[in-house]
Write a protein that binds this ligand. Structure first.
Ligand SMILES: Cc1cc2nc3c(=O)[nH]c(=O)nc-3n(C[C@H](O)[C@H](O)[C@H](O)COP(=O)(O)OP(=O)(O)OC[C@H]3O[C@@H](n4cnc5c(N)ncnc54)[C@H](O)[C@@H]3O)c2cc1C
Length: 248
């Protein structure tokens, strides 16, 4: 194994084994994979998974790494798209003990490298996965950076990582759950899309110069990015990851 800085190694194909899982919601499964030779990674990086059918047909999809580096363990959280090709297999059928090809770690821009500067994480739907890796790293390292996490989702049954988000709030992070269609009983924010008002009220003022990470479906990322710069945040401090056209 190389001793290079985690996350800076060139991505390489390896064979991963599913060693455990967690059900986050009925549509969402966290996969715990052991990857011999894994060089480590940075919060925000992703992997590509490649499936090969008996007839040689291959499908490759990207998945964000959900947790900070921990030896040869890689944790992914996959949301089933009912009409998707790969995600239904990963959520419903991929059995414990089975092998899968993995390329990674991928990405060097949408990563949080630590530090004390304010950290603003904004996620839509499954976009919460890589920002959760950052929030978990914040927690695990005892970071002194002020942290605010704004998470847009359709309805309470789509909430990932509920207990850990509550724990983050107890540790002093600001956590806003912005439901877009249906709220749980007693939730004080009415159902609505995440808007500039939410970012102004629950984010940081531009003068605090936070590092901003925005992840989710493309229209969500574009709307939040525009709202942040419209509020006066420096576009150079806003980093975005797009998951494609579908999602929260
Ligand atoms: C960097 C990155 C990180 C990601 N991280 C995660 C993650 O952590 N968790 C996660 O759940 N997902 C993540 N994704 C999304 C993931 O890569 C897949 O796109 C997702 O799982 C859907 O794959 P699928 O094969 O199930 O669906 P696909 O078969 O690819 O279909 C996706 C959607 O596109 C539609 N579609 C497919 N083909 C067509 C077509 N020809 N014309 C029109 N519409 C079409 C389908 O109806 C479906 O709704 C990430 C994506 C990127 C780029």
């Amino acid at each position: 194994m190389s001793s290079a800085t985690p996350g800076r190694e060139a991505p390489a194909w390896r064979t991963a084994t599913l060693v455990g899982d967690r059900c986050e919601t009925p549509d969402v499964r966290t996969l715990l994979l052991d990857v011999p030779g894994w060089p480590g990674h940075l919060p925000g990086q992703h992997v590509d998974l490649r499936l090969t059918a008996d007839d040689g047909y291959q499908a490759t999809r990207s998945y964000s790494i959900a947790a900070p580096a921990a030896g040869e363990r890689v944790e992914l959280t996959v949301q089933r798209l009912p009409d998707g090709e790969v995600s239904p297999y990963l959520v419903d059928d991929y059995p414990t003990g089975a092998l899968i090809e993995m390329l990674g770690p991928v990405g060097g821009w949408f990563v949080w490298r630590g530090g004390d500067e304010p950290l603003l994480l904004v996620a839509g739907g499954a976009g919460v996965v890589p920002v959760m890796a950052m929030a978990r790293a914040w927690r695990d390292t005892g970071s002194r950076a002020p942290l605010r996490l704004l998470y847009s989702l359709r309805s309470p049954d789509q909430l990932f990582y509920a207990d850990e988000l509550a724990d983050l709030a107890e540790r002093g992070a600001g956590v806003l759950l912005a439901y877009t269609r249906e709220t749980p009983p007693g939730h004080d924010r009415p159902a609505a899309r995440l808007a500039a008002d939410d970012l102004a009220a629950h984010g940081f003022p531009p003068g605090d110069a936070p590092h901003c990470y925005v992840c989710g479906p493309t229209p969500f990322v574009e709307a939040v990015g525009a709202a942040l710069t419209g509020l006066g945040h420096d576009g150079d401090r806003v980093r975005a990851e797009r998951f494609g056209p579908t999602g929260g």
